[in-house]
Unconditional design. Structure first.
Length: 336
């Protein structure tokens, strides 16, 4: 699959760049001209809104594949000013910038699934998805939201992630190659391949296999989470500085990772089990995201798509001096 694309959108000429980048990616994924055209229009509307209304606008384009279905995701992020009344802004004809006011309504009509979160003081996050093959939604299927970006100045990301589904089990990997750049990316991608080859094993056994495979690399921190939706439980094992949280009803519980570096020194591969009800959210992130964040300033965000949670945390809490990956997961019964 093609790589994700991250575009800064702060002035009008970048709207055309966003449209062209979306068209190229949609073609690479396999969309026909009609599908490409719909994605192009949404990218144009989203980028135009960033230029008209926002500060520090970002447009993130991500291919979707595997357990997520096959398609394209567009995520638009800005740091404000946000919308005080999202419902009013969705009505055709409403505009605060002197335009026809059809942008958000057009996005809602053209996308295969969409969601929006806006906070008047923090900004807006807009999600749109287009499907070649939608996922098989049903009880217990995890919907994912992921943002993964290299450190400024790097071409490749030393972080990586992966997801696999095995019956009732959903398995997630987050890995941070030591340092950044091509050697970190090589270690991270090796970990992904080993994870994909060992999905029938436990999280601890997968980490042990990754540890052995990384002996000749720079090494990495990694964590593996297994969500058993039927049993409403989560099994987790981690080594190194990948952070994990389970969030439910406004409270969060940290997941334990042991000290060490896979491929070098890793003395413990202990696995932990805890409850994971259908309403819970799993959050994994690398150390490119500061640990000093909270959701108190984002009322209602957890009721939206996990992609908006991942996007908002990336937008507001990335350190800016390292690769960063944020992954949010929640059981969803309906398609987005």
């Amino acid at each position: 699959m093609p790589d994700p694309v991250i575009l800064r959108v702060i002035e009008p000429s970048q709207v055309g760049e966003a449209r062209r980048a979306t068209h190229r990616l949609a073609q690479q994924i396999g969309f026909d001209p009609t599908g490409c055209g719909r994605a192009d229009l949404v990218a144009t509307e989203a980028a135009s809104n960033l230029v008209k209304h926002a500060r520090e606008g970002l447009l993130l384009l991500r291919p979707l594949t595997g357990a997520e279905g096959d398609g394209l995701e567009i995520l638009a992020l800005d740091k404000g000013p946000g919308m005080a009344d999202v419902g009013r802004c969705l009505r055709d004809g409403f505009s605060t910038a002197g335009s026809p006011g059809t942008g958000l309504g057009a996005i809602a009509r053209l996308a295969g699934g969409w969601d929006i979160y806006s906070n008047p003081t923090a900004g807006t996050a807009l999600l749109a998805r287009f499907w070649l093959r939608p996922p098989s939604w049903g009880k217990g299927v995890l919907q994912l939201g992921v943002v993964s970006a290299p450190m400024k100045g790097e071409v490749v990301c030393g972080d990586a992630w992966a997801s696999e589904r095995d019956g009732e089990r959903s398995l997630l990997l987050m890995v941070d190659g030591l340092g950044h750049g091509p050697e970190a990316a090589q270690a991270a991608q090796t970990a992904v391949r080993v994870f994909q080859d060992n999905v029938r094993h436990s999280p601890a056994a997968i980490l042990q296999a990754i540890h052995r495979a990384l002996l000749s690399t720079r090494g990495a921190a990694a964590s593996v989470a297994e969500v058993d939706t039927a049993g409403e439980c989560l099994r987790y094992a981690g080594v190194g500085n990948i952070a994990g949280l389970v969030i439910q009803n406004g409270a969060s519980r940290s997941l334990v990772s042991h000290n060490g570096t896979l491929g070098h020194v890793a003395r413990s591969f202990q696995e932990f089990t805890l409850a994971f009800p259908a309403s819970a959210t799993l959050l994994l992130y690398s150390d490119g995201l500061t640990s000093r964040w909270g959701l108190e300033a984002y009322p209602g965000l957890l009721t939206h798509a996990p992609a908006l949670l991942a996007g908002v945390l990336y937008r507001d809490f990335q350190r800016g001096r390292d690769d960063v990956t944020v992954l949010a997961a929640r059981a969803m019964e309906g398609a987005l």
